[in-house]
Design a protein around this ligand. Sequence first.
Ligand code: MG
Length: 370
Amino acid sequence: MLAEYAVRVERTRGRRYPELPHPYRNDYQRDRDRIIHARAFRRLENKTQVFTDRISDHFRNRLTHTIEVAQISRTIAEQLQLNVDLTETLALVHDIGHPPFGHAGEKALDEAMKQHGLFFDHNLHALRIVDNFEMRYAAFRGLNLTFEVREGIIKHSRDYPPDKYPQLTEYLLDQRPPLEAQLIDLTDEIAYNTADLDDGYEAEILTVQLIRDGVPAFARAHAEAEKKYPDASEKLKFNEALKLFFNRLVTDLIENTRTRIKDSGVKSLEEVRNYPERLVAFSPVIDVERRQAKEFLYANLYFSPDLKADKVRAEEIVGELFHFWMEHPEELPSSYQSKAESEPLARIVCDYIAGMTDNFILAQQKRYIR
Ligand code: MG
């Protein structure tokens, strides 16, 4: 049962290269399957989420993070009667454009590009991957995904001003994305805010006390867990507290979005698109809690002394290799060398680096730098 404001697969704007319908999978299910079978998707397994030198195999990488986002997104989409297939597809593809070494890699790549008057943006890069770089079909380049999936790749997490991004005009930049795409930005946050507390605790960078002092919602949940399970181990109390916090975020996102949709009077996808703001949102109270958790993680985990060395090294490696290939384009794989005839060399070097896994870029550094 789909809500009246959900995306309907039978009304898709379709694919760039028309294809015959599949006998038993709808278009969004096919897109989901194309993404799961893409090489760029498999590479997520070896891309940093938070920890580059993972001292434990239990820490998230970008693939396990992606699976968690898909799980949360499906649950919420079902509750809101949104299109679950489209939502799942958008969740699975949402981080496919991330370079190696997480945000440090992204920052270094963007800085290197700025020296050539260009920039790096992981959503735009994701679109290049699915439209261009994946070579699986004899009939066309890329994965030939439906419009709604390509639109969601671009628009799920931010608005791109139409005057600054004329190359994205076809994605209706003056309109809001469908609710299925709006959802992904916030389920992404639920996933990493809770998972990074978990991994940070497991890494012994964060302690229960530190989190309690910095994240009031976690402190309340932890007090509740302690009361309910006074004899449980510290780790299990921590898990219970994190679960309560997690459920609080998910439940609020469902209920508050439902209320906002109702209050807006929006009754169709067209009205979702033309509504002046995004309708998927946390309530103001929970939004404060979400922000507190995020700020806590920035201050105590992402920019902690423990992760600083990894970050600095990651930025150096990306910067050095970028510079190396700019000076020695003959050392690029031949397929990239030929692309440099039609696009700026910096863009080609950027594409090459952005596609790498952590292991692959480390091997390149050994080979070319030292
Ligand atoms: Mg993500």
